[in-house]
Design a protein around this ligand. Structure first.
Ligand code: SF4
Length: 288
């Protein structure tokens, strides 16, 4: 039933995945190889309904559904409404539907449309921010600037759909690390997301960024520098509403969990602790 590779956010591990689209409508970020093998396609309503019917036969109880692939929010409004209505009809026990939405696909929808989608069961949108620094955003070919990211995110917040965002530590390399940390902290403060995930840049061979590293045009951060960057990023986050903070993805050097702003000091202290033990390990290693 699935067209691989298939991705979903870690928190959707127990969700039924319905591939309403294939690939990513943008597919140009310099660090991302997720959908390089796929051309972007929005499946026909008929096909999506067929797949929903198929999954109903397979699963007797489905509480959560994730609409894949990388940008299901771009599905035209009437079709998306129809998909959500059909999910309600076929899976009446389903309590939440979530999807990835690029900033551009969020901007295409009006607040009223997003509110309507929420009423029909759209519970949360996952949006990749990656960085709040305009130089970095341009460099990674995100296709939007920081102002547009804030605008898109605030639109989701205004519609009362939950917003989960991710940023990538190390995405600015050594050159822009400081600006990336400070400006990403600032943008998160403006957005006040419900969930904030921090990933660490992982090298993918098929990407433009990987070639830049080979050509010495991008200098990847050392582990300790990643910790410094995350610390500076956290220091620059000033949110007033609770934001669940997660830095515990497989890509991360250390595991941090908490809720901002409540746990900010603890999280900063944990980074300081990790840094000191990691320095110690290096020191011990040098003495061997
Ligand atoms: S928008 Fe997301 S999925 Fe699409 S290319 Fe960029 S990082 Fe990859």
């Amino acid at each position: 039933m699935y067209d691989y590779p298939l991705y979903r956010p870690p928190s959707e591990g127990n969700s039924l995945i319905i591939q309403a689209t294939l690939g990513c409508s943008h597919n140009k970020c310099s660090f991302c190889s997720m959908y390089k093998s796929k051309s972007f396609v929005i499946k026909s309503l008929e096909q999506i309904k067929k797949e929903i019917d198929y999954f109903r036969q397979v699963y007797s109880y489905v509480e959560k559904i994730f609409l894949a692939d990388g940008d299901a929010l771009i599905i035209p409004m009437n079709d998306l409404k129809e998909i959500l209505l059909y999910i309600k009809e076929v899976f009446p026990e389903c309590i939440r539907v979530t999807l990835y939405g690029t900033p551009k696909s969020i901007m295409i929808k009006s607040i009223e449309e997003l509110q309507e989608l929420k009423k029909l069961g759209l519970y949360m949108i996952y949006m990749g921010i990656e960085s709040g620094d305009d130089v970095v955003l341009l460099d990674i070919n995100k296709g939007v600037n920081s102002k547009e990211l804030v605008k898109a995110a605030q639109k989701v917040k205004e519609s009362k759909i939950l917003l989960s965002v991710t940023v990538i530590s190390g995405i600015g390399g050594k050159e822009y690390s400081k600006n990336h940390a400070i400006n990403t902290g600032k943008i998160i403060s403006e957005i006040e997301p419900d969930y904030l995930g921090v990933l660490t840049l992982m090298l993918e061979k098929e990407t433009h960024l990987y070639n830049k590293i080979l050509n010495n045009e991008f200098k990847i951060l050392e582990d300790i520098e990643v910790l410094d960057e995350i610390k500076l990023f956290l220091e620059n986050i000033r949110v007033h509403k609770p934001a669940v903070f997660r830095c515990n993805h497989a890509s991360n050097y250390i595991s941090l969990k908490g809720t901002l702003p409540l746990d900010k000091e603890r999280l900063l202290n944990e980074i300081i602790y990790y840094k000191s033990t990691s320095d110690l390990k290096k020191e011990e290693y040098r003495q061997l």
